[in-house]
Design a protein around this ligand. Sequence first.
Ligand SMILES: Cc1cc2nc3c(=O)[nH]c(=O)nc-3n(C[C@H](O)[C@H](O)[C@H](O)COP(=O)(O)OP(=O)(O)OC[C@H]3O[C@@H](n4cnc5c(N)ncnc54)[C@H](O)[C@@H]3O)c2cc1C
Length: 356
Amino acid sequence: MIRNFSIEKNVPLGPLTTLGVGGEADHFLSATSEEAILFGFDFARENNLDVFVLGGGSNVLISDEGFRGLVIKVDLLGRAFDRLDENTFNLICAAGESWDDVVEEAIRRDLQGIECLSGIPGSVGGTPVQNVGAYGQEVSETIHSVRCLDRSTGKIVDLSNGQCGFSYRKSIFNTTAKEKFVVLSVNFRLNIAGKPKIVYADLQKHFDERIPTLRETRDAVLAIRAAKSMVIDLNDPNSRSAGSFFKNPIVTLEFLNQLDVELRKSGRLKFEEVVPSFRIDDSHAKIAAAWLIERAGFHKGFRKGNAGISANHSLALINCGNAGAAEIVALKEEIQESVNREFGISLEPEPIFVGF
Ligand SMILES: Cc1cc2nc3c(=O)[nH]c(=O)nc-3n(C[C@H](O)[C@H](O)[C@H](O)COP(=O)(O)OP(=O)(O)OC[C@H]3O[C@@H](n4cnc5c(N)ncnc54)[C@H](O)[C@@H]3O)c2cc1C
């Protein structure tokens, strides 16, 4: 028999997000057990309510009107590190655990695989959703399987890495099976005493060809991120963001070449300059969205009312004070229109828009 759990009413959602904007949820449940999650879905069904599943709130923009339904905040806790064989550790981690605390524990145990993902805010359950990545590493490289509640059947399912359909900032959780699953726990495979992954230029430069320890790698990533206000710091107003607000657009090499030619012809690209890009396969490249934004006229520290661009990272939109969601959206749209006009590229937002 399912117990009764307390559903709160009119709960402000802004404080539960890193951007700190947005209105109230009509109904709210902090779910510390799987039973509570099931109760929440039963309650929503009986009362004909939409459900939004919230993790650490670091990748969402809540509308000023809030959410007219039930927000279930996944607060499941628990971590189990177990040796699988001489090279590998199995880590099963409940969805509500803080991601960065888990990375710290893995480093303390000398386990390799997630060191470059240090400092990313949010919950463990949020990591498979957009396949979080940074500094040349993605969480899909170490996820073995994801345990989920299937919202449509009420059944618990284990999805293998392959079934999660991971790619750049994508998985089935934010594409084909959006809002179908609640992530309950994630099973990672970590390497015992493995060498850190140093493939990203900033990190290579930092270590100057020396192979660092996992701890040194974590410290370097945290320092590089902090300099860009990409770790949450209550004393750093530039970190009041949802991280990168736009994905780096993926274009064909043909488009990239044409763009290069046009920009040179019109004098917008100097002889010694190139459009910063990273080839991802034989026919596609990722263009640095930050460069597009700056070249479209939006400098670091740009402000529009109470919304702005971080003084330390042009991809991060920030809440400069008491911004409303509408102000963040207005700035987002101005940037998208300018980049589109200037380069013919549509920038896709990274955060999830809730209640719009
Ligand atoms: C300063 C800063 C830096 C960042 N840097 C990076 C970075 O380097 N790389 C990167 O990839 N991201 C980055 N992010 C974005 C964000 O931290 C990650 O996407 C994070 O994994 C989101 O997790 P969350 O728990 O906060 O999810 P939320 O913001 O709460 O939710 C995001 C989405 O995931 C869904 N979700 C959350 N938990 C669950 C669950 N248990 N089950 C089902 N769905 C769920 C929500 O419904 C929503 O659709 C950054 C954000 C900030 C603020």
